[in-house]
Design a protein around this ligand. Structure first.
Ligand code: ADP
Length: 728
């Protein structure tokens, strides 16, 4: 090395040019071969020599350089070598190389198909993935006389998409517009897969197209999934339309998210303003039903509980129909409501049927409630469960008021309402009907709410099911009080008539008695006068007087005969005697006058000593005595105000059974005369009652007398002898 310039000194970081000259120094060592080559090349006469090599710097670092020998003869006899530091260039090249490698890796690694076209549309690059997918490379499809792009498209695109694809791509190539479309690409194994392809031109600074870069990615799975989704959605929709429900859905915010076709067919498509639940129901629900259904829905939304609403919904072409809407929330994995679903079904027919049924029920209830009868329905065991208004009003209490006590409803009702005298019979007959299933019919007195006992006719009949088992008892109670009382009055009227008849016949009898007695009396008077005249005549005509006296005796006898005939008329025969206990006769007599007593509002207190000894009596005649005395007592109290009661007491006194009938009337005005025949103080009286009673009692070996009752009124007492063992 003879000479180096300052640039080289600087480049190598040497101290001086001298240091680098002389025999090849360590600086030149790494590049020595190159230097030699260049010199040799120079000597071989080669024009230019250029070679890359490396040299070492002073600091030990290595520098990439390019050696170049000068043209021969530039400097005589000298080999002129120059060099350029290309370290930076090398680095840049290295980096570029690395980038290129990375890029190519990228191009092949991206999970997409990349391709490139020339500005004329000739495919000139497919990435490895695309090559692998198609099984061919960009330039490998060549058809004589056909544009390479057309040839490639024809080879790899689904026949159904070829035309579309070619047109679009050639259009882009021609216009420079972006290309984008979905098409099916044929895989190497012949299977077509959906890809989404797009391409954009790369332009130079002048805007000229340099290349078209394309990218396609496989969307087949997506398309299949979409297809499956579309299919299942379609199926779902078909199903939704097939079921007889209208379906709506709302977001939790209330925003409407779905309206089924059926809903739209029936109610019409919601108008544009209607986007949420509130607005929808405000428009659709009948104003009368809206407040309730809205409140119910709001409650459901607030609590997240499913709810049901029945209301009238507006129809597309006006009018309303009843629907039942059921709302159900759909919850996400976190439990929060994602969606509210509403399924509504038309229940118009059902509601109409129900309404008709209700109407009918109303009608029947009204019928039952307004029937002029008291109605009671009872379970098969007789327990009442329904009473009509009339019966409730009559009794003055509600059925439920009977509950809670020890007695059953039936017993409580009977005990509280039925007249004590009728109670036993009523209960017995109820029990009989309930046990046998036989209809029930009975008249008895029932206490009204105001305490008055009224005659009621109760009829009960069982209602049976198809199997014949009793399902309930239907009871009807009719207030027959008026009828019973009218019957009683009728009976009394008949009795009065009979008495009048008796009185009339008695008047006739009296007339005939008077006539019959008058005749002998008149004859007696006439004969007595004659006798008197014959005795006082001068001379005395004893013969004639005797005849007259005989006639007087005859006529007196015939008058006495008339009287004894009358006496015989009232004399009671006691032929039908029997041994019996007086209590039976008493209760019979009392029941015979019960109606009359009720009518007169008189209570009869009966007090019969138990275990009475039997008496020998004519039942009918003793009854006649009892009835007579009871009736006299009742009549004596007619004009008396206040509580009226008649006391009947029978007890043993010595060898006799003594019966007393006491009243609270005005007492006996003429105690000496009342037992006389034809003595009466009553307007329509006959005055025969007591006379006959006394003759009956005496005919039985007893006695009848009257006393003053304390504190007021009269008391009639009669005795009957007790049967003695010795008697025949
Ligand atoms: P009548 O009842 O037809 O008058 P009775 O022979 O039965 O006939 O009675 C005769 C009379 O005796 C009655 O008219 C009445 O004056 C009186 N008498 C009967 N019973 C009573 C009585 N319980 N209280 C007051 N007076 C009575």
């Amino acid at each position: 090395m003879e000479e180096v310039n300052q640039h080289i000194v600087d480049m190598f970081g040497a101290k001086s040019a001298e240091e680098m000259c002389g025999p090849i120094t360590r600086y030149w060592q790494p590049g020595l071969a190159t230097i030699r080559h260049s010199i040799e090349a120079r000597y071989r006469g080669e024009e230019v020599f250029q070679e890359e090599t490396r040299v070492a710097r002073m600091d030990g670092s290595v520098m990439d350089v390019v050696f170049a020998t000068a043209r021969p003869g530039a400097i005589a006899d000298k080999s002129l070598v120059g060099f350029i530091d290309i370290t930076e260039r090398k680095k840049a090249e290295e980096a570029l190389h690395t980038r290129e490698r990375e890029f190519s890796q990228l191009v092949n690694m991206v999970p997409s198909y990349l391709w490139r076209l020339t500005p004329d549309g000739v495919p000139n690059f497919f990435n490895q993935r695309l090559i692998d997918f198609l099984g061919l490379n960009a330039g490998s499809v060549n058809v004589e006389g056909v544009h390479p792009l057309t040839a490639v498209i024809g080879a790899v695109v689904h026949p159904g998409d070829v035309t579309r694809m070619s047109e679009a791509l050639f259009h882009s190539v021609a216009t420079g517009e972006r290309f984008s479309m979905k098409f099916r690409l044929r895989r190497a194994d012949g299977v077509y897969r959906w890809v989404e392809g797009s391409a954009e031109p790369m332009r130079d600074d002048d805007g000229r197209i340099l290349q078209w870069y394309g990218l396609s990615h496989d969307i087949d799975d997506l398309v299949q999934a979409e297809e499956a989704l579309r299919h299942s959605k379609q199926q779902l929709e078909q199903m939704i339309e097939a079921v007889p429900f209208s379906i709506l859905s709302f977001a939790p915010s209330g925003e409407m998210t779905y309206v089924s076709k059926r809903y739209q067919d029936q109610a019409g498509a919601p108008t544009a303003q209607i986007k949420d639940f509130d607005a929808l129901v405000r428009e659709m629900a009948h104003p009368d039903d809206f407040p309730t259904m809205f409140a119910q829905a709001k409650k459901g939304f607030a609590t997240g509980q499913p709810f049901v609403n029945r209301f009238r919904r507006c129809l597309k072409n006006g009018g309303y129909r009843w629907i039942e809407a059921r709302a159900q929330p759909l919850r996400g994995a976190d439990g929060a409501i994602v969606q509210w679903y509403f399924a509504s079904i038309d229940i118009e027919e059902e509601m109409r049927a129900q309404e008709a049924l209700r109407e009918r029920e109303r009608f029947l209830w009204q019928l039952v409630e307004t029937l002029p009868a008291m109605i009671d329905c009872a379970a098969p065991n007789g327990e009442p469960f329904y009473r009509s208004q009339q019966l409730r009003d009559f009794l003055g209490y509600e059925l439920e008021e009977l509950d809670g006590g020890e007695k059953s409803r039936l017993d409580a009702t009977l005990d509280a309402g039925v007249h004590p005298d009728d109670l036993a019979g009523v209960k017995e007959q109820y029990a009989l009907s309930l046990a046998s299933g036989e209809p029930y019919l009975r008249k008895h007195r029932l206490r009204r709410f105001d305490g008055e006992y009224r005659w009621i006719e109760t009829r009960a009949a069982p209602m049976r099911n198809d199997e014949g088992a009793i399902v309930q008892w239907n009871v009807i109670c009719l207030d027959v009080d008026r009828e019973v009382r009218m019957q009683e009055e009728l009976r009394l009227a008949q009795e009065r008539l009979a008495r009048a008849g008796q009185a009339a016949s008695l008047a006739e009898l009296s007339a005939s008695i008077a006539h019959e007695v008058n005749q002998p009396l008149a004859a007696i008077v006439a004969n007595s006068h004659a006798c008197y005249r014959w005795l006082w005549a001068d001379p005395v005509n004893t013969e004639r007087a005797k005849i007259a006296t005989e006639r007087v005796i005859r006529d007196a006898n015939s008058a006495a005969e008339v009287v004894s005939r009358i006496r015989a008329l009232f004399k009671q025969s006691v032929e039908n005697k029997a041994i019996l206990v007086l209590s039976d006769v008493i209760s019979e007599a009392c029941s015979l006058v019960a109606g009359e007593a009720l009518h007169r509002r008189i209570r009869i207190d009966i007090n019969v000593e138990s275990n009475l000894s039997p008496v020998t009596v004519d039942r009918i005649q003793v009854q006649q005595v009892l009835i007579n005395l009871i009736r006299n007592g009742m009549e004596a109290m007619d004009s008396v105000a206040g509580e009226k009661a008649l006391h009947l007491r029978t007890h043993r006194v010595g060898d006799e059974v003594q019966t007393e009938i006491g009243d609270h009337g005005n007492g006996i005005a003429f105690p000496d005369r009342i037992f006389e025949p034809f003595f009466t103080t009553k307007e329509n009286g006959m005055g025969m009652g007591l006379a006959i009673c006394r003759s009956i009692v005496e005919a039985h070996g007893g006695r009848l007398w009257a006393e003053k009752n304390e504190p007021r009124g009269a008391r009639f007492i009669f005795t009957l002898p007790i049967v003695t063992k010795a008697a025949p």
